[in-house]
Each structure stands twice: as structure tokens, then as C-alpha cells.
Design a binder for this molecule. Structure first.
Ligand code: BJW
Length: 237
């Protein structure tokens, strides 16, 4: 049977690649150590751009040393396997890392932006950005200096590609959330929207997410075990 599967991933899928998660029940997530209102809002950036840029510089450097793990590879295999069977995978990630792409996923929707890109606040031009970002850097498109920021979506900003995401959800027959706490909207609301569309839903996570009660099915454990097992099962069915 061909399937049209919508997968939403969060920080948990990259946890075993050494990239930190934001909110873990252990209390060791990024937002337990750093204040998201100071580092992940446009107001925080306006008040102290140097600190915000340093926070993202450090994460960009960590990403350079990270490698995709078996969960990323399994999702790339799922994309190919479904296509070969006449199905389709929509892969939407809240992650700003590029580990899905580096594992071989062809089409990845980064609803919260991408760490290896910078955006000019003057002309909105988006450019690849692999090194540190400073307040003196100039935009490659309009030449304005002092207006470059990480191409990421902060609290209070509109996530990217929302029309394409909702359109893909309408076409899906299975919605799967992997490694996300279900704490941040609009992504946390996708499961309710899927339910309203009578789409089957499944949570794959280390532990129950905040919105766990809305899923029809759940598989708990590290993504490195649960995701490859689920992909094998799905492609074997
Ligand atoms: C493992 C694992 C392993 C660990 N294996 N699993 C009420 C309703 C609607 C909206 C709001 C609302 N109240 C407030 C809002 C607005 C706000 C919001 O949601 N706030 C909440 C705090 C309540 N949302 C926004 O402002 C968003 N914009 C918006 O709503 O615009 C309006 C709009 C909506 C719709 C259409 C058009 C317009 C923007 C949100 C931007 C979030 N930005 C961040 C930072 C991005 C850049 C960066 O990375 O620095 O995005 S915050 C952070 O949280 C990051 C993540 O993408 C996001 C979600 O986190 P995620 O991925 O779920 O990670 P964790 O750490 O929370 O969870 C990890 C999970 O993995 C856990 O469950 C672990 O158990 C698990 N895990 N190890 C498997 N080995």
C-alpha cells in the first residue's frame, strides 16, 4: 500500500548526534541554562545582539563537529523507500541543524530556519553562513552592514513555509512526531490538526511529550532505536 507520511522532527532526533535539546525532564536542556527570552526573541536580539550572535556562533561551531545519527539515516531511507513504492514523505523539522540533509534526505522543510544561513534585516536576503556572524558583517545582496542576523525563527516570529506545511498535512494519511516536546506552537498543534482531518497519528519520543494524549499510538525510547525500527516496519508493510 502506498503511503503519504508527514514526519515532524524536533531536537530529540539530533540529541544522539551531540546537539543539545531545549527542554528535557532531566532539567539539562538549553533553556534550563540560557534564558530563551534573551536569546531567542527579536527583543532579546535588539537589546544585546553581541550575546545572541555569540550563542549562535557557538552552536554553529558545535554543528560542524556533529554527525547525522542512525535516526537521520533511517528517515532518508524512508523518503527513498516510500517514493519507490509510489508514496511520499513530507519531512518538516523544527531543527536548525543540517543533519537530515547530511544523512541524505532530499527535501527538508526547516520551519524554524537554518543555522548555516544568515538574513539581512534590511533587504531580507538570505545567504549561506558557515563561520561566525558579527554586527559588522555586510549583506552580500544590498551591501548594508550591521543588519545580518541568524536565519532562525525566534518566539513571536512567524515560522517558515507554513502554507506548504498545512497543504502537505491535508494530503497525509499518517502524522508522526519524532523527538519533540510538544511545547512550542504552531508545531505542537499539528497533531490536533491531523486528528481533525482523521489522519492517523503516532508519537516517537524518549518520553511522553506535553501533547502525548492527542496521539493514537506511541513508541518510547532513544531515536537511534525507535526510528530505524519504525522505518523498517513501515517499509516492510
Ligand atoms: C529524545 C531524545 C532521544 C531527547 N531520542 N527523543 C499558544 C498557542 C500558540 C502559540 C503560542 C501559544 N503561547 C505562546 C505561543 C507562541 C510561541 C510558543 O509556542 N510559545 C510556547 C513556549 C508556549 N510560538 C511562537 O512564538 C512561534 N511563532 C508563532 O506562533 O507565530 C504565530 C504563527 C503561528 C502559525 C502560523 C503563523 C504564525 C515561533 C516559535 C519559534 C521557536 N524557536 C525555537 C528557537 C529556534 C532557533 C534555535 O534553535 O535557537 O525553536 S525555541 C526551540 O523550541 C526551537 C525548537 O525548534 C523548538 C521546539 O523544541 P523541540 O524540538 O520540541 O525540542 P525540546 O527540547 O523541547 O524537546 C526535545 C524532545 O526530544 C523531548 O520530548 C525529549 O524527551 C526528546 N528526546 N533525547 C528521542 N535520544
Amino acid at each position: 500500500m502506498s503511503r503519504n507520511i508527514f514526519v515532524l522532527t524536533g531536537a530529540g532526533v539530533s540529541a544522539e548526534s551531540g546537539l543539545g535539546t531545549f527542554r528535557d525532564k532531566s532539567g539539562e536542556g538549553i533553556w534550563a541554562r540560557f534564558d530563551p527570552m534573551k536569546l531567542a526573541t527579536p527583543e532579546g536580539f535588539a537589546a544585546d545582539p553581541k550575546t545572541v550572535l555569540a550563542f549562535y556562533d557557538e552552536r554553529r561551531r558545535n554543528l560542524r563537529n556533529a554527525r547525522p545519527n542512525v535516526a537521520h539515516h533511517a528517515l532518508a531511507k524512508l523518503e527513498m523507500g516510500l517514493a519507490a513504492r509510489g508514496g511520499h514523505l513530507t519531512l518538516v523539522t523544527q531543527n536548525i541543524d543540517n543533519l537530515h540533509e547530511r544523512a541524505g534526505s532530499r527535501r527538508v522543510v526547516h520551519m524554524h530556519g537554518e543555522l548555516l544561513k544568515a538574513r539581512c534585516v534590511t533587504c531580507e536576503g538570505v545567504d549561506e553562513w558557515l563561520g561566525d556572524l558579527s554586527q559588522n558583517d555586510a549583506c552580500a545582496y544590498c551591501g548594508t552592514a550591521g543588519g545580518m542576523r541568524p536565519h532562525v525563527v525566534w518566539f513571536g516570529e512567524t515560522p517558515l513555509e507554513m502554507s506548504d506545511i498545512y497543504r502537505a498535512l491535508l494530503r497525509a494519511d499518517l502524522f508522526v512526531a519524532i523527538g519533540t516536546s510538544g511545547a512550542v506552537y504552531p508545531a505542537a498543534g499539528f497533531v490536533a490538526e491531523a486528528r481533525a482531518l482523521l489522519i492517523e497519528t503516532c508519537e516517537i519520543n524518549l518520553e511522553a511529550a506535553d501533547n502525548a494524549s492527542l496521539f493514537d499510538d506511541a513508541r518510547y525510547g532513544p531515536a537511534s532505536e525507535t526510528v530505524p525500527a519504525w522505518v523498517e516496519e513501515t517499509l516492510g508493510a
